[in-house]
Write a protein that binds this ligand. Structure first.
Ligand code: BTN
Length: 270
Protein backbone atom coordinates (compact mmCIF):
# COMPACT_ATOMS: atom_id res chain seq x y z
CA UNK A 1 0.00 0.00 0.00
CA UNK A 2 1.37 3.37 -0.99
CA UNK A 3 1.44 6.16 1.57
CA UNK A 4 -1.02 8.15 -0.53
CA UNK A 5 -3.51 5.24 -0.50
CA UNK A 6 -3.15 4.92 3.26
CA UNK A 7 -3.87 8.63 3.67
CA UNK A 8 -6.94 8.32 1.44
CA UNK A 9 -8.30 5.46 3.57
CA UNK A 10 -7.93 7.52 6.74
CA UNK A 11 -9.56 10.52 5.11
CA UNK A 12 -12.44 8.25 4.11
CA UNK A 13 -12.71 7.01 7.71
CA UNK A 14 -12.66 10.58 9.05
CA UNK A 15 -15.32 11.78 6.62
CA UNK A 16 -17.68 8.88 7.28
CA UNK A 17 -17.14 7.76 10.88
CA UNK A 18 -20.08 7.58 13.25
CA UNK A 19 -17.80 7.59 16.29
CA UNK A 20 -18.34 10.34 18.84
CA UNK A 21 -15.41 9.58 21.13
CA UNK A 22 -12.70 8.43 18.73
CA UNK A 23 -13.35 11.03 16.05
CA UNK A 24 -12.21 13.76 18.46
CA UNK A 25 -8.46 13.20 18.60
CA UNK A 26 -7.16 10.79 15.99
CA UNK A 27 -3.40 10.90 15.39
CA UNK A 28 -2.14 9.66 12.04
CA UNK A 29 1.62 9.07 11.77
CA UNK A 30 3.61 8.29 8.64
CA UNK A 31 6.38 6.66 10.62
CA UNK A 32 6.97 5.97 14.31
CA UNK A 33 9.01 3.57 16.46
CA UNK A 34 5.86 2.16 18.10
CA UNK A 35 2.36 3.59 18.40
CA UNK A 36 2.16 2.21 21.96
CA UNK A 37 5.38 4.07 22.84
CA UNK A 38 4.04 7.22 21.21
CA UNK A 39 1.00 7.17 23.51
CA UNK A 40 3.24 6.50 26.53
CA UNK A 41 5.57 9.37 25.65
CA UNK A 42 2.70 11.85 25.20
CA UNK A 43 1.17 11.75 28.65
CA UNK A 44 -1.21 14.63 27.90
CA UNK A 45 -3.23 12.66 25.32
CA UNK A 46 -6.80 12.36 26.45
CA UNK A 47 -9.04 9.34 27.00
CA UNK A 48 -10.20 7.99 23.66
CA UNK A 49 -7.21 9.20 21.66
CA UNK A 50 -6.01 6.70 19.13
CA UNK A 51 -2.81 6.60 17.12
CA UNK A 52 -2.46 4.84 13.80
CA UNK A 53 0.75 4.52 11.80
CA UNK A 54 1.62 3.73 8.19
CA UNK A 55 4.64 1.82 9.47
CA UNK A 56 6.53 1.24 12.71
CA UNK A 57 10.29 0.94 13.00
CA UNK A 58 10.26 -0.81 16.38
CA UNK A 59 6.81 -2.33 16.65
CA UNK A 60 6.46 -4.30 19.88
CA UNK A 61 4.83 -7.70 20.23
CA UNK A 62 3.96 -9.82 23.23
CA UNK A 63 6.78 -11.26 25.33
CA UNK A 64 9.25 -8.58 24.18
CA UNK A 65 9.12 -9.81 20.60
CA UNK A 66 9.53 -7.51 17.62
CA UNK A 67 6.34 -6.88 15.62
CA UNK A 68 7.37 -6.25 12.03
CA UNK A 69 5.22 -3.36 10.84
CA UNK A 70 5.69 -2.85 7.14
CA UNK A 71 3.36 -0.71 4.98
CA UNK A 72 -0.08 -2.21 4.32
CA UNK A 73 -0.85 -3.43 7.87
CA UNK A 74 -3.00 -1.93 10.60
CA UNK A 75 -0.95 -0.52 13.49
CA UNK A 76 -3.25 1.02 16.06
CA UNK A 77 -3.02 2.07 19.72
CA UNK A 78 -6.00 3.22 21.75
CA UNK A 79 -5.60 5.13 25.00
CA UNK A 80 -8.22 4.51 27.67
CA UNK A 81 -8.38 6.07 31.08
CA UNK A 82 -9.47 3.39 33.52
CA UNK A 83 -11.15 5.81 35.88
CA UNK A 84 -14.07 5.40 33.49
CA UNK A 85 -14.17 1.68 34.28
CA UNK A 86 -13.96 1.41 38.05
CA UNK A 87 -13.30 -2.13 39.25
CA UNK A 88 -11.99 -3.00 35.81
CA UNK A 89 -10.53 -6.30 34.73
CA UNK A 90 -8.01 -5.21 32.07
CA UNK A 91 -8.18 -8.56 30.30
CA UNK A 92 -11.79 -7.93 29.24
CA UNK A 93 -11.03 -4.44 28.00
CA UNK A 94 -8.45 -5.94 25.67
CA UNK A 95 -10.91 -8.71 24.79
CA UNK A 96 -13.41 -6.07 23.66
CA UNK A 97 -10.94 -4.82 21.03
CA UNK A 98 -10.27 -8.40 19.90
CA UNK A 99 -14.00 -9.00 19.51
CA UNK A 100 -14.39 -5.72 17.56
CA UNK A 101 -11.75 -6.92 15.11
CA UNK A 102 -13.29 -10.41 14.86
CA UNK A 103 -16.69 -8.93 14.06
CA UNK A 104 -15.14 -6.77 11.34
CA UNK A 105 -13.44 -9.87 9.90
CA UNK A 106 -16.73 -11.77 9.96
CA UNK A 107 -18.24 -8.95 7.95
CA UNK A 108 -15.53 -9.56 5.36
CA UNK A 109 -16.73 -13.17 5.10
CA UNK A 110 -13.95 -14.65 7.26
CA UNK A 111 -14.17 -17.01 10.24
CA UNK A 112 -11.76 -15.64 12.83
CA UNK A 113 -10.99 -17.36 16.12
CA UNK A 114 -9.18 -16.11 19.20
CA UNK A 115 -6.18 -17.93 20.61
CA UNK A 116 -5.72 -17.20 24.30
CA UNK A 117 -4.73 -14.71 25.39
CA UNK A 118 -4.82 -12.21 22.52
CA UNK A 119 -4.07 -13.68 19.10
CA UNK A 120 -6.58 -13.52 16.27
CA UNK A 121 -6.37 -16.43 13.84
CA UNK A 122 -7.88 -17.31 10.51
CA UNK A 123 -7.76 -21.00 9.59
CA UNK A 124 -5.36 -21.51 12.52
CA UNK A 125 -2.90 -18.91 11.24
CA UNK A 126 -2.19 -15.69 13.10
CA UNK A 127 -3.47 -12.57 11.36
CA UNK A 128 -3.44 -10.12 14.27
CA UNK A 129 -2.21 -9.66 17.82
CA UNK A 130 -2.77 -7.29 20.71
CA UNK A 131 -0.29 -5.85 23.17
CA UNK A 132 -1.91 -4.08 26.12
CA UNK A 133 0.25 -1.94 28.37
CA UNK A 134 -0.88 -0.37 31.62
CA UNK A 135 0.58 2.76 33.18
CA UNK A 136 -0.09 3.33 36.85
CA UNK A 137 0.57 6.77 38.29
CA UNK A 138 -0.37 8.34 41.62
CA UNK A 139 -3.91 9.19 40.74
CA UNK A 140 -4.68 7.24 37.62
CA UNK A 141 -4.43 4.07 35.57
CA UNK A 142 -4.07 4.31 31.83
CA UNK A 143 -4.30 1.41 29.47
CA UNK A 144 -2.86 1.39 25.97
CA UNK A 145 -4.30 -1.26 23.72
CA UNK A 146 -2.04 -1.85 20.72
CA UNK A 147 -3.39 -3.86 17.81
CA UNK A 148 -1.44 -5.06 14.79
CA UNK A 149 -3.18 -6.78 11.88
CA UNK A 150 -1.70 -8.04 8.59
CA UNK A 151 -3.78 -6.71 5.72
CA UNK A 152 -1.81 -6.22 2.50
CA UNK A 153 1.67 -5.94 4.01
CA UNK A 154 4.29 -8.34 2.68
CA UNK A 155 4.48 -11.57 4.68
CA UNK A 156 7.69 -12.43 2.82
CA UNK A 157 9.35 -9.49 4.52
CA UNK A 158 8.20 -10.75 7.93
CA UNK A 159 9.38 -14.28 7.15
CA UNK A 160 12.76 -13.07 5.98
CA UNK A 161 13.34 -11.86 9.54
CA UNK A 162 11.45 -14.68 11.34
CA UNK A 163 11.56 -17.74 9.02
CA UNK A 164 10.07 -19.91 11.78
CA UNK A 165 6.66 -18.18 11.51
CA UNK A 166 6.25 -18.95 7.79
CA UNK A 167 3.53 -21.59 8.13
CA UNK A 168 1.84 -19.87 11.09
CA UNK A 169 0.94 -16.40 9.83
CA UNK A 170 -1.43 -14.98 7.28
CA UNK A 171 -2.84 -11.68 6.05
CA UNK A 172 -6.29 -10.51 5.01
CA UNK A 173 -5.13 -10.20 1.40
CA UNK A 174 -4.37 -13.92 1.43
CA UNK A 175 -7.61 -14.92 3.11
CA UNK A 176 -10.25 -12.76 1.45
CA UNK A 177 -11.43 -14.44 -1.72
CA UNK A 178 -13.33 -11.53 -3.23
CA UNK A 179 -10.96 -8.63 -2.86
CA UNK A 180 -12.51 -5.52 -1.34
CA UNK A 181 -11.35 -1.95 -1.23
CA UNK A 182 -11.00 0.22 1.85
CA UNK A 183 -10.39 -2.67 4.24
CA UNK A 184 -8.31 -0.48 6.53
CA UNK A 185 -11.03 2.12 7.05
CA UNK A 186 -13.67 -0.60 7.46
CA UNK A 187 -11.64 -2.39 10.17
CA UNK A 188 -10.90 0.86 11.94
CA UNK A 189 -14.53 1.93 12.01
CA UNK A 190 -15.84 -1.46 13.14
CA UNK A 191 -13.31 -1.81 15.95
CA UNK A 192 -13.73 1.74 17.26
CA UNK A 193 -17.53 1.74 17.08
CA UNK A 194 -17.72 -1.59 18.92
CA UNK A 195 -15.29 -0.45 21.63
CA UNK A 196 -17.13 2.86 21.98
CA UNK A 197 -20.51 1.16 22.25
CA UNK A 198 -19.34 -1.22 24.95
CA UNK A 199 -17.46 1.38 26.97
CA UNK A 200 -20.01 4.15 26.82
CA UNK A 201 -23.04 2.02 27.58
CA UNK A 202 -21.81 0.96 31.02
CA UNK A 203 -19.14 -1.67 30.57
CA UNK A 204 -20.35 -3.66 33.55
CA UNK A 205 -23.82 -4.26 32.24
CA UNK A 206 -22.23 -5.87 29.23
CA UNK A 207 -19.27 -7.73 30.67
CA UNK A 208 -21.10 -11.05 30.75
CA UNK A 209 -22.06 -10.58 27.10
CA UNK A 210 -18.42 -9.80 26.25
CA UNK A 211 -17.29 -12.95 28.06
CA UNK A 212 -19.83 -15.05 26.20
CA UNK A 213 -18.88 -13.70 22.75
CA UNK A 214 -15.18 -14.06 23.58
CA UNK A 215 -15.62 -17.66 24.79
CA UNK A 216 -17.46 -18.53 21.59
CA UNK A 217 -14.62 -17.10 19.51
CA UNK A 218 -11.97 -18.82 21.64
CA UNK A 219 -13.52 -22.25 22.37
CA UNK A 220 -10.74 -23.27 24.70
CA UNK A 221 -12.54 -24.80 27.69
CA UNK A 222 -12.18 -28.58 27.80
CA UNK A 223 -9.30 -28.62 25.31
CA UNK A 224 -6.10 -30.56 25.95
CA UNK A 225 -3.10 -28.27 25.60
CA UNK A 226 0.56 -27.88 26.27
CA UNK A 227 1.73 -24.56 27.62
CA UNK A 228 5.25 -23.22 27.76
CA UNK A 229 6.18 -21.09 30.74
CA UNK A 230 7.56 -17.75 29.53
CA UNK A 231 10.56 -17.61 31.90
CA UNK A 232 11.71 -21.18 32.46
CA UNK A 233 10.44 -22.55 29.10
CA UNK A 234 9.12 -25.54 31.04
CA UNK A 235 6.36 -27.32 29.10
CA UNK A 236 3.25 -28.38 30.95
CA UNK A 237 0.49 -30.65 29.69
CA UNK A 238 -3.08 -30.46 30.89
CA UNK A 239 -6.72 -29.73 30.18
CA UNK A 240 -8.22 -26.24 30.19
CA UNK A 241 -11.02 -25.88 32.73
CA UNK A 242 -11.91 -22.29 31.94
CA UNK A 243 -10.74 -18.70 31.50
CA UNK A 244 -11.15 -16.94 34.84
CA UNK A 245 -12.66 -13.51 35.53
CA UNK A 246 -9.19 -11.98 35.40
CA UNK A 247 -8.41 -13.69 32.08
CA UNK A 248 -6.09 -16.40 33.44
CA UNK A 249 -6.15 -19.89 32.01
CA UNK A 250 -7.16 -22.44 34.64
CA UNK A 251 -5.63 -25.81 33.88
CA UNK A 252 -5.94 -29.27 35.35
CA UNK A 253 -2.41 -30.48 34.82
CA UNK A 254 -1.69 -34.07 33.84
CA UNK A 255 -0.12 -34.52 37.27
CA UNK A 256 -3.55 -33.90 38.79
CA UNK A 257 -2.80 -30.42 40.17
CA UNK A 258 -4.62 -27.19 39.29
CA UNK A 259 -2.75 -24.11 38.10
CA UNK A 260 -3.73 -20.70 36.74
CA UNK A 261 -1.56 -19.17 34.02
CA UNK A 262 -1.59 -15.44 33.32
CA UNK A 263 0.55 -15.88 30.21
CA UNK A 264 2.27 -18.55 28.17
CA UNK A 265 2.49 -20.03 24.70
CA UNK A 266 -0.17 -22.66 24.19
CA UNK A 267 -0.56 -25.44 21.64
CA UNK A 268 -3.45 -27.86 21.32
CA UNK A 269 -2.61 -31.54 21.68
CA UNK A 270 -4.59 -34.69 20.92
C1 BTN B 1 1.52 -9.75 19.49
O1 BTN B 1 2.68 -10.08 19.73
O2 BTN B 1 0.71 -10.58 19.08
C2 BTN B 1 1.05 -8.34 19.75
C3 BTN B 1 1.37 -7.44 18.60
C4 BTN B 1 0.92 -6.01 18.82
C5 BTN B 1 1.40 -5.08 17.73
C6 BTN B 1 0.77 -3.72 17.83
S1 BTN B 1 1.01 -2.77 16.39
C7 BTN B 1 0.40 -1.36 17.20
C8 BTN B 1 0.95 -1.39 18.61
N1 BTN B 1 2.25 -0.77 18.68
C9 BTN B 1 3.21 -1.65 18.98
O3 BTN B 1 4.42 -1.38 19.09
N2 BTN B 1 2.68 -2.86 19.16
C10 BTN B 1 1.24 -2.86 18.98
Amino acid sequence: MLFQEWQNELKLWKDTTKSQLFSKNPIFLADVDSTNNYVKEHANLSHGTFVIAYQQKKGKGQKNRHWISNPGGLYLSIKLDLKFFSNFQPFWITATVAIGLCQALQELGLKPTIKWPNDILIQDKKVAGILTETIISNDNIITIIGLGCNISNSLEEICSVFPEVKSNITSLNQEIIQQKSNILSLLLEKILIFVEKIFTESFYDQISEIKEIWNNLCQISGKKIKIERIDSKEIIFGEVLNVTDSGSLKILKNNGLLEEFVSGDIKFVK
